[in-house]
Design a protein around this ligand. Sequence first.
Ligand SMILES: [Zn+2]
Ligand SMILES: [Zn+2]
Length: 187
Amino acid sequence: MIKKKCNKRLSELATKLNKECFGSKTKFTIQWGSRRMTSSFGTAHYKSKLIKISPVIVDLNKISWDSEDLREVIVHELCHLYLYQTTGKCQGHNKLFQAEMDKHCPNATSHTYHSLKTKPKNKSNKTWIHTYECPNCQYQVVYERKTDRRACGKCCKQYNGGKWAADYSFVLVESKQVHKNSVWLYK
Ligand SMILES: [Zn+2]
Ligand SMILES: [Zn+2]
């Protein structure tokens, strides 16, 4: 298991793999990503040539320095940069990419997806609701999104020939967080 997220050691490993697989032709830098990198194992940025590896996924899957999964993800990201740098185009996960990866990771079940545990994005079970009131008749409405262009239908119809009027434009009286399951109560 990788305890200390050492960029130097990661860089040494990637340099070794670049030599093995791409004859050291890939220009890149590599570093551990932030703790917010939770859904992808690795990323490569074509322009800056920066590869990032997720420390979260490493931890969740108890991945060690000599793990085949770690090797595969680094080769995968190097492969993206290698193809971009040698062909001048982003090749994505196309046939060329698959063929190149087959050479270096012949035992991988997929060159596009991995079956490692990922951390789901923080999904809050709360949502905001905003209560608005007509300044004329005090009629109240609730919206899940903030709005400043809505007006009271009743008053606009009754006093302005059905057209929108600033005088009857809803005024925000309260914003609060509620459980998503209870939202229907306010609709
Ligand atoms: Zn990829
Ligand atoms: Zn009104």
